[in-house]
Design a protein around this ligand. Structure first.
Ligand code: ARG
Length: 474
């Protein structure tokens, strides 16, 4: 099999310092052209994936006898050297070589000579970057699942320690019905469980190998794309070469999962910000996760929670950014797509930090149980329990019970007492059938304990949720 680079005489092959695509060009690019074109400062982060892809490609080229075993060996050894250089910081990342792909290839040529020129047979930077980026995003998804699970474990541990700690449950941020702190935390375990599932789904869908699609149309060489797919841990090769080099929905899907997850983190972060205010005083964060003020000595600010809340903007911004880059692009590759990476890298860096900081905060936070319990009973939070009692014991239609209870709340408010302290005579004046028995349901403890429906806040149910998740995460 003739390699096209055989047709290039050695003196016409590009030399160091000269662009790898310079054959038909007689002048160097303008400085501004270079400034807008270079991506090495961003895509150098793909170096490991680039080497991984090149190793698989070179091995396949030798196995299919497109290049010789000797050339393959020289290439593999050169790539090993490059890896050492990158790891030790000795690798020369050069802007004149634009991106990571050409930096690696140019260095390879300096290290091993002519054989380096055979590595790019049956390959283009278009399928190369699509492959590198998929590998990176796939790893990022796996890493994120691990970080989500670590956060879930921190939430589980806290929930278990406070499965029966009373707190007000809110709607509209108004006291609604008592719940337990464990129940509240387990709500987030559910959310983060779905988030992890979204990353796993995205991974499954993206796990196809674009390498070998070449520039856009495939290759005339007898390449084996199944072989490179297997070596790179992909399920199969992508089925359409145009789609392979044009698709970035794998990154969009990962960013969507990241955005939803960051949204969940920001909700929990916001709750922590609220809970640690002196007005609420529901939880305390230690010095480890708070900062002071340079002017107001009394302050203890939940900066980490606020920053987790804010990182959401970067993650969601990256999703909007890449969606906008991709919209309206004709097939196949356009240079617009080079702008796909910076936002993804930043989004995953932000999400990682947010997940780790949140796991740290959750482990750190201590609920102030007495304060939360006191608040759990405030705001007539057991009014629904009174209405339910009237339905159950006196067979009132719920609407009527709701009305009687509303009147009871009004009376209690006028007297400045909670429902549990409203004298029996007052209640009987609203409905003669009310008995002493009603007070059993008017405490927040009783209210919580009674909610034994599946998924409800009764501590026995909360413990069952915790047990299920412990099993799932073990
Ligand atoms: N640096 C480019 C990117 O990230 C690699 C692909 C360039 N392909 C091309 N035909 N110019 O998208």
């Amino acid at each position: 099999m003739t390699d096209p680079s055989d047709l290039v005489s050695p003196d016409r092959a590009p030399s160091a310092g000269q662009s790898l695509w310079g054959g038909r060009f007689s002048a160097k690019p303008a400085d501004l052209m270079q400034a807008i074109n270079v991506s090495i400062d961003v895509d150098r982060r793909l170096w490991a994936q680039d080497l991984q892809g090149s190793r698989a490609h070179a091995a396949m080229l030798a196995a299919t006898q497109i290049i010789s075993r000797q050339d393959e060996q020289a290439i593999q050894q050169g790539l090993d050297r490059i890896e050492e250089e990158i790891r030790s910081g000795a690798f020369p990342f050069r802007t004149e070589y634009e991106d990571i792909h050409m930096n690696v290839e140019a260095r390879l040529r300096e290290l091993i000579g002519a054989a380096a020129g055979r590595l790019h047979t049956a390959r283009s930077r278009n399928d190369q970057v699509a492959t590198d980026f998929r590998l990176w995003v796939r790893e990022a998804c796996d890493r994120t699942v691990g970080q989500i699970q670590a956060l879930q474990r921190a939430l589980l541990a806290k929930a278990e320690a406070h499965a029966d700690a009373l707190m007000p449950g809110f709607t509209h941020l108004q006291p609604a019905q008592p719940v337990t702190f464990g129940h509240h935390l387990m709500a987030y375990v559910e959310m983060f469980g779905r988030d992890a599932g979204r990353f796993a789904d995205a991974r499954r869908r993206m796990n196809e190998n674009p390498l070998g699609s070449a520039a856009l149309a495939g290759s005339p060489f007898p390449i084996d794309r199944h072989m490179t797919a297997e070596r790179l841990g992909f399920e199969r090769p992508t089925a359409n070469s145009l789609d392979s080099v044009s698709a970035r929905d794998f990154a969009l899907e990962a960013l969507s999962a990241a955005s939803i997850c960051a949204g969940h983190l920001s909700r929990l972060a916001e709750e922590i910000v609220i809970w640690v205010t002196p007005q609420f005083g529901f939880v305390k964060l230690s010095d480890a996760f708070t900062t002071g003020s340079s002017i107001m000595p009394q302050k203890r600010n939940p900066d980490a929670a606020e920053l987790v809340r804010a990182k959401t903007g970067k993650v969601m911004g990256a999703l909007v950014g890449l969606s906008t880059v991709m919209k309206g692009l004709p097939l196949a590759y356009s240079k617009d797509m080079q702008e796909d990476k910076a936002g993804v890298f930043d989004a995953f860096d932000s999400l990682e930090l947010a997940l780790l900081a949140m796991a740290g905060m959750v482990a750190d936070l201590e609920p102030v149980r007495e304060r939360m319990a006191a608040a759990a009973g405030a705001g007539f939070s057991t009014a629904t329990d009174l209405a339910d009692w009237l339905v159950r014991e006196l067979n009132l239609p719920f609407r009527d019970a709701h009305h009687v209870t509303g009147a009871a709340v009004k009376r209690a408010e006028a007297l400045g007492v909670g429902l549990e302290a409203l004298p029996l005579a007052e209640l009987q004046s609203l409905h003669p059938g009310v008995t002493e028995d009603v007070y059993k349901v008017l405490s927040p403890e009783a209210s919580c304990a009674s909610r034994t429906s599946y998924g409800g806040t009764a501590p026995v149910g909360v413990r069952a949720q915790i047990a299920r998740w412990k099993e799932a995460l073990s």
